[in-house]
Design a protein around this ligand. Structure first.
Ligand SMILES: Cc1ncc(COP(=O)(O)O)c(C=O)c1O
Length: 394
């Protein structure tokens, strides 16, 4: 006998992974250049030269230390370097003890949800949301997801709908700005309003409602926007960050959890994160890339290509009649599908070797996610195919 729920999760791969694997099979048949795989958020820009330089410097260091275990929360000097970088950028006063290094944002989120969860707890998600939240919260932490339906005109927060879902069982609200899949970014005003509501509800319910800020796309924003630093607005914020997108290192698995010292019970909260990491068997984040992240803190890959891809795709699709909110950040567009059944639409798109993910996977049916972290030429060559697809619906 084994865990049926785990077997089910293992068998039922996410649609994104299914499409990605389908794309690989199709590429073997018709050639990689003829498959327009917009399914997965695998950055196509190379890691910056700073990463290469850091690796070259590190390779000459003591290999026993370099490849050895670090303390569970991460090497103290690496954490101090990352805390310093945050302090320089955001005017904060964090120390190494506020940071817990992880194997990317996925591990950060899993540890945070587990650290926070008590029986009966609820986590509020805004649709459209990163599908793995459900897996981490329900199957990993044994808690419940409560979903605020999407506000499809702009994918910003519907505060009335949020308020209706905050209860005495709410342990945390999860935000992801810039958002995967909509590209929406929350302004300072939005964060202020959110903080005010959470402060008031925390008082009413007699316990803090934490705000989990999932920020792997923090540096990928357009038209001169900046992403407000969430702990400045709400004391009980926990940040989950990743270098997967900013430094184009998704396979190296490196990120962190920030538990600000101002958060309620921050020492116990940090201890609970360490406990959750232990239960999940994390041991420590990859040692070599802890050092690389410390050396490259605050830098990014050349993210400019995403702006050009966004322009081409948004302008091209809207000119063809697709309805789409323009993304302010991340590298995804989330247009309406041309029929209500987004899975049927995604299937039909495959006829043209266009791979797009149905919005239902993100809790927002009637949409498709297009990842534009691809070569610009791929977008240019895909646009006529999107046009032929649209023509089928006219
Ligand atoms: C919103 C969001 N959160 C978390 C993750 C996980 O990122 P990581 O590769 O750092 O585990 C992703 C990855 O695409 C994401 O889009």
């Amino acid at each position: 006998m084994l865990s049926e729920s785990m077997a089910a999760l293992g068998k039922r791969r996410s649609t994104i992974r299914e499409l990605f694997e389908y794309g690989n099979r199709r590429a073997a048949e018709v050639g990689r250049e003829n498959v327009f795989d917009f399914s997965i958020g695998n950055p196509n820009v190379p890691a910056p030269d700073a990463v290469r330089q850091a690796l070259l410097e590190l390779v000459d260091e003591d290999p026993v230390r370099l490849h050895g275990y670090t303390s569970a929360q991460g090497d103290a000097a690496a954490r101090a370097a990352l805390a310093d970088s945050l302090n320089r950028r955001f005017g904060t006063r964090y120390t190494a003890d506020c940071l817990y290094l992880t194997a990317g944002a996925a591990a950060a989120l899993s540890a945070v949800f587990k650290a926070l969860s008590c029986p009966g707890d609820e986590f509020v998600l805004f649709a459209p949301y990163f599908p793995e939240y459900r897996c981490f919260i329900e199957s990993g932490a044994g808690a419940k997801c409560v979903v605020v339906p999407p506000r499809i005109e702009d994918f910003q927060i519907d505060f009335d709908a949020l308020e209706a879902r905050l209860t005495v069982h709410t342990k945390a609200v999860v935000i992801n700005s810039p958002n995967n899949p909509s590209g929406a970014v929350y302004s300072e005003g939005t964060l202020r309003a959110l903080a005010a509501m959470l402060e008031q509800k925390s008082k009413t319910f007699g316990h803090p409602i934490y705000l989990v800020s999932d920020e792997p796309y923090r540096e990928i924003v357009y038209d001169g926007l900046t992403v407000p630093f969430v702990p400045h607005f709400y004391q009980d914020t926990i940040v989950c960050y990743s270098y997967s997108k900013s430094l184009s290192l998704p396979g190296e698995r490196i990120g962190y959890i920030l538990v600000p010292s101002e958060a309620t019970d921050s020492a116990d909260l940090y201890a609970a994160v360490c406990g959750a990491g232990r239960v999940l068997g994390y041991v420590c984040a990859p040692s070599l890339f802890q050092q690389v992240a410390a050396k490259c803190a605050g830098q990014t890959a050349d993210l400019s290509v995403y702006a050009e891809n966004r322009r081409l795709l948004y302008d091209g699709l809207t000119a063809m009649g697709y309805t789409c909110v323009k993304s302010d950040g991340a590298f995804y567009l989330f247009p309406r599908t041309l029929e209500a059944d987004d899975t049927a639409f995604s299937e039909r798109a495959k006829k043209y070797d266009l791979l797009v993910v149905p919005g239902s996977d993100f809790g927002a049916p009637g949409h498709m996610r297009i990842s534009y972290c691809v070569q610009t030429d791929t977008i240019r060559r895909a646009l006529p195919l999107f046009e032929r697809l649209a023509a089928e619906y006219r």
